[in-house]
Design a protein around this ligand. Sequence first.
Ligand SMILES: [Zn+2]
Length: 142
Amino acid sequence: MKNKPDTGEADHLPQAVRNELISLAISAKEKSYSPYSKLRVGAAVLTASGKIYSGTNIENASYGATVCAERVAIFKAISEGHREDIVGLAVVSDQAQPIPPCGMCRQVLSELPEDVRVIMAGNNGEFIEERMSKLLPYKFYL
Ligand SMILES: [Zn+2]
C-alpha cells in the first residue's frame, strides 16, 4: 500500500492521524541514543482514545541490552494500561526509505490487536502502511 491516497477507507488510518504519528515519531527519533549503529529510529503508538506514546532506540555497549524504538513506545503504552486499544504505530529513521520493524519487534507487535496499522515512513516522504497481521503471519504463541 505504498503512498496510497487517503480515500477514507477503514483499511488505513486517516491521513491527518498518520501524519501526526509520523511527526511524533520523528520528534522521538531526535532523542535516540545510538552511538554504535548511528541509526536513529523513532516510533509512536496511537490508542483508540487518541493517546500517543513515543519511543526511540536506546543502544548499549552490551548489544543485547539494546531496545528498539518500537518496543520502547509499545512498552510505554502497555505500562500505562493500553494494549487492546492500540490502533496504530509509526516508525521512522534517518534513512530515506521506510524502515520495517525488526523480527523481535514484530513478535512484540503480535501481542497487539491483529488489525493494528503499522506505518513505516522514510525521509523521502514515502511510506508503507500495513496491518500487523501481514507483517508477521506466523507469530510465535503459547
Ligand atoms: Zn526492533
